[in-house]
Design a protein around this ligand. Structure first.
Ligand code: 1QQ
Length: 409
């Protein structure tokens, strides 16, 4: 190398180092992650931590918020309302611009009002009960509500067995999500003209479901639908099979994790679960997310990781937009929280879940849902969600614009 070329190369390297360290020196933008890292609810929360971390690493590599790094501040909510309230209070006092969390709707109804009061934007990564965005102006979700996701599983079950006539429904009556989801399942069953057998209730802390199962098995259900969380739901499914039930089973969103596989083991096989994410969805951002996840974890990314990634992505893209239009530097913390909330509700996003936007209320607009069937491996411990159906939902405006598509016209 000539001397001139060499000094040019040295200068270039120096400039690069200076600009990288400038970005590293820039004050980070803090985003709170309040999910369950302990308790049974960590069966979901662990997947959320991974998804959020992948998003922050990825977007920091892309330059963060116009050169300012993203810093995730993790606060364990554990599995109950008090844990979520504590985590939210700690993060709000710790100067985060917004919070991704909590894990359960049951926790969201208790903790979200605190963020609302403080004017801190919340993106719910996995709160699917009816009424979450309505908690307040600062509450949005990237987790599609049970009302639009759950009915797809019932239709998929009927595709597999058109002779289904009698349906048994079990739900955890101490959990807001499970109570909301069973309402949707029961309405769907009735609307499809199927017979709803007497509804069976349990608690998310229960481990023995013999009473409820023996109440309903003599009535010969052809389909059983379970709305609970992962440990209770998994045990219920195992006991249903042990007590002789052979028909189809639908698990709700609480069964939407490979972490139930060690609970129901070989008996998880065949359970149908509706999904708001598909690993096979073809897009640039899903390919990026899937490749990073698969390389790190050596398995396919689950819905809860994809939703947590998406929640961080929404904050990042909205922060960049706010910085470009107003300038984050010109805003104090309270103003940046308020304007971040307004900005995030106004944008459209291309995410691993597909294209999405929000209603003014903070409800998610998402176009495509899926149904998967659990396929267990011979070891009885590991398995996968095999996709059996994908369902496009049309935006209301498009349905109105094509009257010729209306049945009977
Ligand atoms: C909710 C849910 C849970 C199953 C998330 C883990 O959907 O609480 O709303």
């Amino acid at each position: 190398m000539s001397r001139r070329l060499l000094s040019f190369a040295v200068l270039a390297a120096l400039l690069l180092t200076v600009s990288i360290s400038a970005a590293q020196d820039a004050e980070p933008v803090r985003i709170g992650i309040a999910v369950a890292q302990t308790s049974n609810v960590a069966l979901f929360g662990q997947e959320q931590v991974i998804g959020a971390q992948i998003a922050s690493d990825y977007y920091n590599e892309q330059g963060g918020i116009n050169g300012r790094p993203i810093e995730l501040v993790f606060q364990d909510t554990a599995g109950d309302e008090a844990g979520a309230i504590n985590a939210f209070q700690t993060l709000i006092a710790d100067n985060v611009v917004g919070i991704v969390g909590p894990t359960l709707s049951q926790q969201a109804f208790a903790a979200d009002p605190i963020a609302e009061q403080a004017g801190v934007p919340i993106i719910a990564p996995s709160n699917t009960a009816r009424g979450i965005p309505e908690i307040g102006a600062y509450i949005a979700r990237v987790s599609a509500p049970v009302a639009v996701v759950a009915p797809n599983a019932v239709r998929a079950a009927l595709d597999i067995n058109p002779d289904i006539a009698r349906v048994a429904v079990f739900y955890a009556q101490n959990d807001a999500f499970a109570t909301s989801e069973t309402g949707t399942f029961q309405e769907t069953v009735t609307a499809l003209g199927l017979e709803l057998l007497p509804v069976q209730q349990f608690q998310t802390t229960d481990t023995d479901f013999t009473t409820q199962i023996t109440n309903v098995l003599p009535q010969n259900p052809d389909l059983v639908i379970v709305s609970g969380l992962a440990a209770d739901g998994g045990n219920l499914i195992r006991q249903l099979r042990e007590l002789g039930y052979e028909g189809l089973i639908i698990g709700g969103n609480g069964l939407n994790t490979a972490n139930v596989f060690p609970v129901c083991q070989a008996f998880c096989d065949g359970v149908l679960v509706a999904q708001a994410y598909s690993v096979s969805y073809e897009s640039e951002i899903n390919t990026i997310f899937r490749d990073i996840y698969t390389e790190q974890q050596e398995k396919n990314p689950p819905q809860f990781s994809a939703q947590a990634f998406t929640a961080v992505q929404v904050f990042v893209e909205a922060l960049i937009e706010l910085d470009n239009t107003v300038g984050l530097d010109t805003l104090d913390l309270a103003a940046s929280r308020t304007q971040l909330n307004e900005t995030l509700l106004s944008l459209e996003y291309d995410t691993p879940l597909g294209p999405l936007s929000f209603t003014p209320d903070g409800e998610i607009n998402q176009g495509t849902f899926y149904v998967a069937r659990i396929e267990m491996n011979d070891d009885g411990q590991t398995g996968q969600f095999a996709f059996v159906a994908s369902i496009e939902t049309e935006p209301a405006a498009e349905v109105e614009a094509t009257p010729e598509a209306t049945p009977g016209s």
